[in-house]
Write a protein that binds this ligand. Structure first.
Ligand code: F6P
Length: 556
């Protein structure tokens, strides 16, 4: 890989700096002066209608951002990803999650081998398994059909499946439930196992590496829970553990040898490849729980949605390219206007885990201090992504977005058709909900002036407190409905926004070395919490004191 272009050395960066100097956004004025602004700054990508018009950009800023993309070689880097070049430099890997959603019959060569047939073979196999579970052809050791699927995984092996399962609840087959165990806190396993019937429960151990402490610990806990229950009920004889595990445990991993060591029948394991990053893996067999829940057809629709957005990102001219434009806007806010965070505010309760999902996608990808050639970055990178569904957030943190001192760009996401069309008397509740989506973005953009506040007869002493400055940037994303296809498009949109930002900054958006040190230290510290007082005594003073507190106060 060539060294990344340092963005701050480009002419476009200098232009953006000059534009940012003394920049005075004026959304009221811009809209008044240009009645076409909303139309001109709205784009379509697949089923997504994306209104960028309430961002703090004028034509000059937009042109400079597009020039920046060109000058750092964004399109070349994107093409390198799609062409299977090893753009994950620090792990020496290609980055091919887009291959997971290529239609059958496509071709994509990695080191001279077409990867599509392998991808399709695993996809066919795990979708057939999903169908067997759904149709009751796959039975537990007692002969009972499966009604609960428990996915055990963490990070990318959890966040995607749980987010998508929650988002697509209306598409989940009646009588089937998925639960997700991720945290090493034993409360998570205890609560999720509570009330389950082992005879009708299937566990999916999802781990790319099959070496993750949390997942393996939770998998062992669940295996003991299952076997103890079967032994207590006299369902299995001593020595018949293997059969029970084989009927109730399957695995998804790139490390199929470790799956076998755990005692899961390799016939019940579904693989994927090191060129799929954990946070990009919900569209691989890691999505098995979702595939069982929404069915093979639904899952193929989901993949089709991703592919639509991939094609848009790959082929649309950059001035029409939604992920490119949204990524560039984020760079504008983060590097030139001082934004440190970015809110994602879905007006869809079903997307309540979407911000959490995006936190791993964006922050594990772009939270980097060195570039892909090892040189230090020359700009700030990786904003903090966060959010909650509207309208809940309105009654919690929106105050700060409307009137606080920080600039918080926000993406608002809404759907024309509700999952549950309910009425409150004559009132369509979804209309009430959407009115809030529209009102919030309007208020943030245009605010309320001193004169307008005074004109309402507000006592002079509280006029300042009731003024809204406006010029708080938002992007509004709408789609007809939250379907598997639309969800695939939304996820891929944010994957490619993340790619765009990483490419501008020159970071390797596909490694995650920053998670390693804490993992190593935890393993070393475990004995210090047990009998190893010598090890405890050799910790740093703060850790030592906390261990002492723990020893004194642990009661059971
Ligand atoms: O610790 C971070 C991480 O490696 C993520 O990137 C990954 O999604 C998660 O852990 C889980 O890893 P695995 O799927 O290998 O268990």
């Amino acid at each position: 890989m060539d060294a990344p272009v340092d963005p701050i050395t480009t002419a476009a960066w200098a232009d953006l700096r000059a534009l940012a100097d003394g920049f005075t956004p004026d959304l009221r004025g811009w809209f008044a002066a240009d009645p076409e602004r909303a139309t001109d700054l709205t784009r379509t990508a697949g089923d997504l209608h994306v209104d960028l018009s309430r961002n703090l950009v004028d034509a000059d800023v937009l042109a400079a951002l597009l020039a920046l993309a060109e000058q750092v070689g964004l399109e070349r880097h994107r093409d390198d990803m799609f062409a299977a070049r090893r753009i994950n430099v620090t792990e020496d890997r290609a980055v091919l999650h887009t291959a997971l959603r290529l239609p059958p019959g496509s071709r994509l060569e990695l080191d001279g081998t077409d990867v599509v047939p392998e991808v399709q073979e695993v996809l066919t196999r795990f979708l057939a398994f999903a169908d067997d579970v759904r149709e009751g052809r796959w039975r537990g050791v007692t002969g009972a059909a499966i009604t609960t699927v428990v996915n055990i995984g963490i990070g990318g092996s959890d966040l995607g499946p749980v987010m998508a399962y929650e988002a697509l609840k209306p598409f989940v087959r009646e009588g089937l439930e998925c639960r997700f165990i991720s945290n090493l806190d034993p409360t998570d396993a205890a609560e999720k196992l509570s009330g389950l019937d082992p005879a009708t429960t299937l566990f999916i151990v999802s781990s790319k590496t099959f070496g993750t402490l949390e997942t393996l610990t939770n998998a062992r806990l669940c295996r003991s829970w299952l076997l103890d229950a079967f032994r207590d009920a006299g369902v299995i004889e001593a020595g018949a553990d293997r059969d029970a595990v084989a009927r109730h445990f399957v695995a998804v991993s790139t490390a199929l040898d470790k799956v076998a060591d755990f005692g899961i029948d390799p016939a019940n394991a579904f693989g994927f490849w090191d060129w799929v990053g954990g946070r990009y893996s919900v569209d691989s067999a890691i999505g098995l729980s979702l595939a069982i829940a929404i069915g093979p057809d639904g899952f193929r629709e989901f993949l089709g949605g991703f592919h639509t957005m991939d094609e848009h990102f790959r082929t649309a001219p950059i001035e029409q390219n939604v992920p490119v434009l949204m990524g560039l806007l984020n760079v504008w806010y983060a590097n030139f206007l001082g934004a440190q965070t970015h809110a994602v505010l879905p007006y869809a309760q079903s997307l309540h885990r979407f911000p959490a999902y995006l936190q791993q996608l964006t922050m594990e990808s772009n939270g980097k201090g060195v570039r892909w050639d090892g040189s230090p970055v020359s700009t700030s990178t990786g904003e903090v992504f966060w959010g909650e569904p509207g309208t809940n957030g309105q009654h919690a943190f929106y105050q700060l977005i409307h009137q606080g001192t920080r600039l918080i760009p926000a993406d608002f996401i809404a759907f024309a058709t509700p999952a549950h069309p309910l009425r409150d008397g004559d009132q369509d509740v979804h209309q009430l909900f959407l009115a809030n989506f529209l009102a919030q973005t309007q208020a943030l953009a245009f605010g309320k002036t001193v004169d307008e506040v005074r004109a309402e007869g507000t006592p002079e002493s509280i006029v300042p407190a009731r003024v809204f400055t406006g010029n708080r940037p938002t992007t509004s994303i709408m789609a007809p409905a939250l379907t598997p296809r639309v969800l695939g498009q939304l996820i891929a949109l944010y994957e490619h926004i993340t790619f765009t930002q990483g490419a501008i900054w020159g970071v390797d958006s596909f490694d995650q070395w920053g998670v390693e040190l804490g993992k190593q230290l935890a393993v070393q510290i475990v004995p210090a919490l047990g009998d190893d007082t010598d090890l405890a005594a050799h910790q740093d003073p703060a850790t030592r004191a906390l261990i002492a507190y723990y020893r004194k106060h642990r009661s059971s």
